[in-house]
Design a protein around this ligand. Structure first.
Ligand code: FPP
Length: 241
């Protein structure tokens, strides 16, 4: 395993909405999938820069529950790209000590992709340098709905009492139940929307909207966004001491 220079910052978990692949490709007169391919390559650089920036958890939004509305060509191209990404990146991810997890509803994904996702999770489960979570067929409302159903089922089956439910209960049923909440959510491409990403988990997160299109989002830009975050006061509704 590689030896990493690890920084101790207050930035335990960063989440990224990787937006702008389509425009990046269109600006170059190329098909949208060309942009997604460039976007997938950018993920490695950002993951590998996490230890030196003190980022222990990185969560990236790769495909939303709304993205099924795109053309069939784009959707099937993205699914193929996810499979290729897993094939190609398994070794470098293992060598960099990255633990990979997937969040989102797997029910609508093709079985071949789901089995690759399962395999990658199993192959990296003992790694701990960086925790990479990839959101595929993920939507915050969908996640909360699925979690609520499972919680209601536990109440019906007597495993959970209604009176014991508090703010700590629902997160245990979310896809992200083993992850800390994100401190910082970055969206690239100049759009200032949260697009149904980590709705519950980002209640106290800082948001940073950057103009760069995702395929151009270098580790230097990532590092400058992180430094900007470190200069902010986080009050969590209270006062700065
Ligand atoms: C949003 O850009 C991006 C997506 C819907 C796909 C994100 C996927 C990747 C970056 C590649 C795969 C990543 C992994 C981790 C396997 P957009 O298409 O909405 O861009 P636009 O707003 O310019 O049209």
């Amino acid at each position: 395993m590689l030896v990493h220079k690890v920084k101790n910052s207050g930035l335990e978990h960063v989440a990224i909405i990787m937006d702008g692949n389509g425009r990046w490709a269109e600006n170059k007169g190329r098909p949208r999938l060309f942009g997604h391919q460039a976007g997938a390559r950018r993920v490695r650089e950002i993951v590998e820069s996490c230890p030196e920036l003190g980022v222990k958890y990185l969560t990236v939004f790769a495909f939303s529950t709304e993205n099924w509305k795109r053309t069939q060509i784009e959707v099937s191209g993205l699914m193929k790209l996810f499979k290729r990404y897993i094939y190609k990146e398994t070794r470098p991810l293992i060598e960099a000590g990255v633990r990979v997890r997937f969040i989102g509803d797997r029910i609508r994904l093709e079985p071949a992709l789901v089995s690759l996702m399962d395999q990658l999770e199993a192959q990296t489960k003992n790694n701990s340098v960086v925790n990479l979570t990839i959101a595929i067929n993920y939507g915050g409302r969908d996640e909360v709905t699925r979690a609520t159903k499972r919680m209601a089922d536990d109440v019906l089956n007597g495993k959970l009492s209604l009176d014991s439910i508090n703010e700590e209960t629902l997160p245990k049923y979310l896809d992200t139940h083993v992850l800390p909440d994100p401190c910082l959510v970055i969206r690239t491409s100049g759009e200032a929307r949260i697009s149904n990403f980590l709705l519950w988990q980002s209640a106290y997160a800082e948001y940073e909207f950057v103009d760069t299109l995702w395929p151009d989002f270098t580790k230097e830009i990532f590092s400058s966004v992180v430094s900007e975050f470190e200069n902010r006061d986080r009050r969590f509704g209270g006062l700065v001491k």
